[in-house]
Design a binder for this molecule. Structure first.
Ligand code: GRF
Length: 204
């Protein structure tokens, strides 16, 4: 089976990367992770990628004149590895116009809330403080805004009266690890079609 080529961009722990990587190694997976890029030298996710033998690169913003300069380097790496889909997994930077244009409709992100509720940082804390009964996670295509691109898939998670930010984060994270690989498989099966703000999920 021809496998889709995925790059993961991360800034931190890398648990979503690990879940995606593990899924990609299953016999029936239709994609493989060819590249990991981080903006943080000390990101544990980068060390995990190296341990798994995935080509990885660190591009700290301080080493570049500006975001455009850093993203030009990202584009060079993506093209060199013939990447077809970019998956943001805890990547703590907005994507700029050049990368967005070159990979239009081919960049995804996972967010730990049911968007459009609670975009941005500390989504789980926002959900607990707001007192919602249901939260969850969202995989969406990336646009120039903050967690604002077309929604592909969501998984609801119940918020308990006893929850704090940590307990809710953990319950949501378990679902993130299931949802993201599923969406990547759908992408490479040709099942995702962007129509304006909607993403239609169907058979190819
Ligand atoms: C996840 O909660 C993800 O939804 C958010 O950042 C966190 C990354 O966690 N965008 P990890 O690095 O994948 O463990």
């Amino acid at each position: 089976m021809k496998k889709g080529k995925v790059a993961v961009l991360l800034s931190g722990r890398g648990s979503n990367f690990t879940a995606i990587f593990r899924d990609s190694r299953k016999a029936n997976a239709n994609y493989s992770i060819r590249l990991v890029i981080s903006d943080q030298e000390n990101a544990p996710g980068l060390r995990k990628a190296a341990a798994f033998g995935v080509p990885c690169h660190c591009l700290p913003p301080a080493k570049f004149a500006d975001r455009a300069d850093q993203e030009r380097e990202i584009c060079v790496l993506l093209q060199k590895h013939e990447i077809e889909l970019v998956c943001l997994a805890g990547y703590m930077r907005l994507i700029g116009p050049e990368l967005l244009e070159k990979f239009s409709g081919r960049i995804m992100n996972i967010h730990p809330a049911l968007l459009p509720s609670f975009p941005g940082l500390h989504a789980q804390r926002q959900a607990v403080r707001h007192g919602v009964k249901i939260s969850g996670c969202t995989v969406h295509f990336v646009d120039a805004g903050l967690d604002s691109g077309p929604i592909i898939a969501q998984q609801a998670v119940q918020v308990c009266a006893t929850d704090n930010e940590d307990t809710l984060s953990l319950r949501i994270l378990r679902q993130e690890h299931r949802l993201y690989p599923r969406v990547i498989r759908l992408y490479f099966a040709g099942c995702l079609q962007i129509q304006g703000r909607s993403v239609i999920i169907g058979n190819k």
